[in-house]
Design a protein around this ligand. Structure first.
Ligand code: ADP
Ligand code: ZN
Length: 832
């Protein structure tokens, strides 16, 4: 049978498979009217059937004779606009992502039908049923299958010993296996796992997990992947669930049911939130610029650069109102759900039912419902995390990205897009402005403003003339002189005194331990000096197994110095300090104070975070000790003092953005103080108070930090100068993986036209046009029994860097005899 003569057209379909191409199918005459670009269609693929998105449609030509036919068109009308399809195809190419995986993001997962194994009655079965010839025990099932084919799972739910019945029926040829389309039913809730916010990886791995390899592997996996669906963790290892429970019990990981009801607290907002206040002159100027582009339907990028509390959100709200007035739709992106609530609440207070919330914490069913509301044009405003960028808003008039510097705007799996770049593409295609808002813009964004690629709108003052909190930086090197050698210094005199004064005044304090799950063990205990790579200026990481310090960028390695190379102190040690130890010391110093701790232990207990924060809000807690969890978004008018115990810890993270993250974090923490009527006070303890990422925090001087960091990046050729491509090569066999990584690095070198490096690493730390660093072990050297190596391609010649990256990605995409996998990221943000 040749169905080709019946084909009315040829379509290109994007299928969710890791192959970078679209697939051609024939459109039977019966589907000619419905098989439109933007509709999803069910098609045969190999021996399976699959749902994909029709990306393009062409006239049929006889050459297309051999094509297979589209089985069915799923959507009655297009659900993804041609504009969005084009944007995603281009963006996929840019980040080396197979086009089908990128386009799969445009429709919510599980909103498409899937097929499951099942059974159908055969003609012979039908005959046997009609003649009453089937054995009695088999008849009920046969009769049920006579209605429609059923999924195996459905049969098992309805019939006891379904397996035996099916075997008997199949043996007699009365039924036959047949894939069955399952409806896009309401999927079950999904559980997500994440590292506890301040889990100390190294301490846990060296201590309690040393003899729990499964838990150790799972912890490393969580560190590398970030928050992940629990079911997707641990490969096929059946012990994963138990290991995860154990990690949760130890307070190292957290579980979350996604789909918790969104507390859209519109009603709880003050009445005046619903009424727009009169704008300040600076807000007015910013709004006019944005509204001009909205009404002209002009693509233009803006950086709304305003200190915390300067009224950025109010400008967003007004710009959204202008967009609706112009008859268009607005998309507002926020970094994460914990920060979303406030913005969502304010949007809802102002715009009510016209807001659709789209973020990954919605249950799939809720997500689909919101997506459909947008699709039907019922809600002109979409708000959500980065994935809201795929929202079906076809008359986009404005895109806002709040806190644009947040790392969570980068998608770290599959389609590795950065929300900033994808948003720019969408805005350009739609002809609308893109507004990036932040108090501490990313270097990339701020630099783009310098180059005139986007327009910088500045809100320099807090609303109501409220002062920014005074920040004092305490030099821990000085303070150390007062403490016996070998003893850890926790509270400086200044912080101790300030805590006392705050308590005496009846006010509250937050003590912040700037700790990340990963600490290099190379910080001098006496002076705070950390060893850095001579080539890359990246902190070296101590490898216990080989007792060497290693650079994770270029693989430069040295023996740890006998004594600190800066101050000559006899031993080097980790500046490790846990929140528990901190709490102990603070309790000893202030025995009468009401103290609470917010960290992994606290967060592990359900609802405990909310309880602690509520206690702080109600004044029942006087001193809150916490980690990053306390840094963001919260608003506690009673907090007058914020103390940062060890500002340097994040500075020594082996990442070229460590200084930027440190400055952003400290500025954010400082913004927690003095949000009420009384002025705030911030004390930052540091071994390197003059460091350019720490000193400018004192005067909230973003520009000073920016200038210094920019010079630094330029000198070393890190973004925003030139490009950086990161390749992660992992495999179960250390030697084979290392060999493959070396081979891929060599291939990248050739593709980009570089000479091989000499034996002592890259020759010159100055900006090179093109260089390939590594392979070097990844900072997480081993994960789930896979060894990990990284290769960095970097340089000022963007074309060569990208060409080499693409060549590496292509070479790494194929099958490998040693099960080596390669992930290439042309815009790396998290390089663990
Ligand atoms: P940001 O987003 O920059 O942190 P917000 O927009 O949240 O700042 O503004 C801080 C506070 O000031 C909010 O409570 C907001 O309602 C209020 N606010 C903003 N703009 C004005 C204004 N023009 N007049 C009075 N209050 C304002
Ligand atoms: Zn190096």
């Amino acid at each position: 049978m040749s169905p080709s003569s019946e084909f009315a057209a040829r379509v290109e379909i994007a299928l969710p498979v890791p192959v970078d191409s679209l697939f051609s199918y024939g459109v039977p005459a019966a589907l000619a009217a419905s098989a439109l670009p933007g509709c999803r269609a069910l098609v045969p693929f190999g021996s399976r059937s699959m749902t994909g998105l029709i990306a393009a449609r062409h006239a049929w030509t006889p050459q297309a004779r051999a094509l297979r036919a589209v089985t069915r068109v799923v959507d009655p009308e297009p659900v993804v606009s041609s504009e969005l399809i084009r944007v995603l195809v281009e963006a996929a190419g840019e980040v080396f992502c197979p086009v089908g995986l990128a386009l799969a993001c445009a429709t919510p997962s599980r909103s498409t039908p899937r097929t499951a194994p099942g059974f159908a009655i055969t003609p012979r079965g039908r005959e046997a049923l009609a003649r009453g010839a089937a054995a009695a025990p088999l008849r009920p099932l046969l009769a049920w299958l006579d209605q429609v084919p059923r999924a195996r799972a459905a049969i098992e739910r309805r019939f006891r010993s379904a397996g035996a019945l099916l075997r008997a029926l199949e043996r007699d040829g009365l039924v036959a296996p047949r894939p069955v389309e399952t409806r896009a039913a309401k999927p079950p809730t999904r559980r997500f796992a994440a590292l506890a916010p301040d889990a100390d990886l190294e301490a846990a791995l060296a201590g309690p997990l040393a003899r729990a390899p499964r838990q150790a592997a799972l912890l490393r996996e969580l560190a590398a992947r970030g928050p992940s669906e629990a079911a997707a963790l641990g490969g096929a290892d059946p012990g994963t669930a138990a290991a995860l429970r154990a990690l949760v019990a130890r307070g190292l990981a957290r579980l979350e049911e996604r789909g918790a009801d969104l507390p859209i607290a519109a009603a709880s907002l003050a009445e005046d939130e619903r009424v727009a206040p009169a704008l300040t002159p600076e807000q007015r100027e910013a709004l006019d610029a944005i509204a001009g582009a909205v009404h002209a339907q002009r693509y233009e990028r803006f950086l709304l650069h305003g200190v915390t509390g300067s009224g950025k959100t109010e400008v967003y709200l007004r710009a959204v109102a202008e967009t609706l007035a112009a008859g268009r739709q607005a998309l507002v992106l926020v970094p994460e759900i914990t920060l979303t609530h406030q913005l969502v609440a304010r949007l809802t207070a102002r715009f009510g039912e016209r807001v659709a919330v789209l973020h990954s914490q919605l249950r799939p069913g809720e997500r689909i419902a919101e997506w459909r509301r947008l699709l039907a044009g019922k809600t002109p405003i979409g708000v959500g995390a980065r994935s809201a960028l795929f929202a079906p808003l076809d008359a986009l008039g404005l895109i806002v990205i709040d806190e644009e510097h947040e790392p969570s705007y980068k998608n770290e799996e599959g389609f590795r897009y950065h929300a900033r770049e994808l948003a720019a593409r969408r805005a350009a295609a739609a002809g609308c402005p893109l507004v990036l808002g932040s108090a501490t813009p990313s270097l990339e964004t701020r630099f783009a403003a310098d180059r005139g690629e986007l327009r910088r709108l500045v809100l320099p003052y807090r609303i109501g003339g409220r002062p920014l909190p005074a920040v004092e930086i305490v030099d821990l090197v000085e303070e150390r002189r007062l403490v016996p050698r070998g003893r850890k210094l926790v509270l400086s005199r200044a912080l101790h005194r300030a805590l006392g004064e705050t308590l005496a005044a009846g006010a509250q304090a937050i003590l912040f331990l700037n700790r990340r799950g990963f600490s290099p063990r190379i910080l001098c205990f006496e002076c705070g000096h950390a060893e850095r790579c001579r080539h890359c200026d990246i902190s070296l990481v101590y490898h216990a197994a080989e007792q060497r310090l290693r650079c994770h960028y270029c693989d430069y390695a040295v023996d740890p110095p006998e004594s600190c190379s800066a101050c000559g102190a006899p031993d080097t040690a980790l500046l490790g300090l846990g929140t528990e130890r901190l709490e102990e010391d603070v309790r000893r110093a202030f025995p009468d104070a009401r103290i609470a701790r917010l960290d992994r232990d606290a967060a592990a207990r359900r609802g405990a975070t909310e309880r602690v924060l509520a206690a702080l809000a109600e004044g029942r807690v006087q001193i809150l000790i916490g980690t990053q969890m306390v840094a963001k978004g919260h608003h506690f008018p009673g907090v007058q003092l914020v103390g940062v115990i060890a500002a340097d810890q994040s500075l020594h993270f082996p990442d070229f953005r460590a200084a930027e993250r440190t400055f952003q974090l400290l500025t954010q923490v400082a913004g927690r103080a003095g949000r009420g009527a009384a002025p705030g006070r911030v004390i930052v303890q540091s071994f390197v108070p003059d460091h350019y990422a720490i000193a400018p925090v004192r005067l909230h001087d973003y520009e000073a930090f920016y200038a210094a960091e920019l010079a630094h990046r330029a000198a070393l050729g890190y973004p925003p100068f030139g490009r950086l491509v990161h390749a992660l090569v992992s495999g179960p066999d250390a030697e084979a993986t290392a060999a493959r990584a070396a081979q891929l690095a060599e291939l990248a070198r050739q593709a980009g036209g570089a000479a091989a490096p000499g034996p002592a690493g890259p020759p010159d730390p100055a900006v090179a046009a093109f260089e390939v660093l590594g392979p070097a072990p990844s900072p997480i050297t081993r994960l789930r029994d896979r060894f990990r190596f990284q290769v960095l391609i970097k340089g000022g010649d963007e074309k060569r860097v990208i060409t080499a990256g693409r060549a590496l990605a292509r070479a790494g995409a194929g099958e490998d005899a040693h099960d080596v996998r390669v992930v290439v990221d042309p815009n790396p943000v998290n390089m663990l």
